[in-house]
Structure formats: structure tokens, C-alpha cells
Design a protein around this ligand. Structure first.
Ligand code: SF4
Length: 75
């Protein structure tokens, strides 16, 4: 299992995470930032726990994020 974290306030809506992992990320029509699908919000931190099968594409999203607002923790 892995925990994917997004510090959403600092997202600039560049779409790179969606391109890397479109099963887990989408763009919001409301504010133009990306949405971490299935995430719960705790203050400014959005996070979701998913299976290891999602690690490669989300690591790519992490690497591609220009503002470094994505983190991944192996559980
Ligand atoms: S790659 Fe980073 S900055 Fe770009 S939309 Fe995704 S979370 Fe936001």
C-alpha cells in the first residue's frame, strides 16, 4: 500500500499529474487545480491510500510535478 499526498494549495494546475496517472488525478473545472481522486482532506493536505499497483504511474506524477506538491509514502 502507498499513501499519495497532495498539498493542493500550491498546485498550479499544469496537468502533468493527470497525464502521468489519469486513473488517480483529474483537473477541477471549479478552480483549475488537479484533484487527487478518492482523497480525504485534512486541513491543506489531501491524501489517499491505494495499492502498490498504482506506484509507478504516481511516481511519474510526483517526478513531473513542477511545484513538488505531490508526496508518496510506502506503507
Ligand atoms: S503536476 Fe503538480 S502542479 Fe501540476 S496539476 Fe499536478 S499537482 Fe498540480
Amino acid at each position: 500500500m502507498i499513501r499519495i499526498i497532495q498539498l493542493r494549495d500550491k498546485c498550479i494546475g499544469c496537468n502533468a499529474c493527470v497525464e502521468a496517472a489519469n486513473a488517480r488525478w483529474r483537473m477541477s473545472r471549479k478552480d483549475g487545480k488537479s484533484v487527487l481522486i478518492g482523497a480525504i482532506q485534512n486541513k491543506k493536505v489531501h491524501s489517499v491510500i491505494v495499492g502498490d499497483d498504482e506506484l509507478p504511474q504516481n511516481m511519474q506524477a510526483l517526478r513531473n510535478c513542477p511545484t513538488r506538491v505531490i508526496q508518496i509514502i510506502k506503507l
